[in-house]
Write a protein that binds this ligand. Sequence first.
Ligand code: ZN
Length: 208
Amino acid sequence: MKPIKNIYCVGRNYVSHAKELNNAVPTSPFLFSKPTHALVEANGQEVVLPGDQGPVHFETELVLHIGKDYKEGMNVDELVDKMALGIDFTLRDVQSELKEKRYPWLLAKGFPNSALLTKFIEFPGEAACKRKNFSLFKNGEQVQNGNITNLLFDLQTIIDFSAKHFGLGEGDIIFTGTPEGVGPVQDGDSLTLHWGSETLGQSIIRLV
Ligand code: ZN
């Protein structure tokens, strides 16, 4: 696989998550991006995250890998070649401050290792994805469980929106949003990402 190019992330794409943070439910897709320096693979190793800027929250998300350059009219199953699970790590207090000041979220969302990815697997198609849940286990206990059936804006809408407003091509990835259950990580936490009953990736958190 070629290096990842752009990292797009969808905010507030599950009603249950927008509500748990007392955010308004958006009426059109709401996207932000991360630098590629944010990327880190969940392959059993330690992942270093900032320990000096308030809580770092996990947000578990299904991640699409775009396999070809977008042309209008292409559907999800044509465009997406691979998928992974990811964690969109977020400095929650920093984000709240930025929101208050109406500043961009980059400081809260774009720090190194803030985009954790499992290995990529073949994309089974949107319909098949809807038949499987993704989940996050923290120290052996399930803390998040989601299914893309519950997306506020579905995969096609997100793809068309990204292409129109930012451009979309081979090597781009999209974090599609997190369901409810987000929460802070502690130093030493073990995070395991499951696709149905299959483990796709695992990491140990180091807060420094
Ligand atoms: Zn997110």
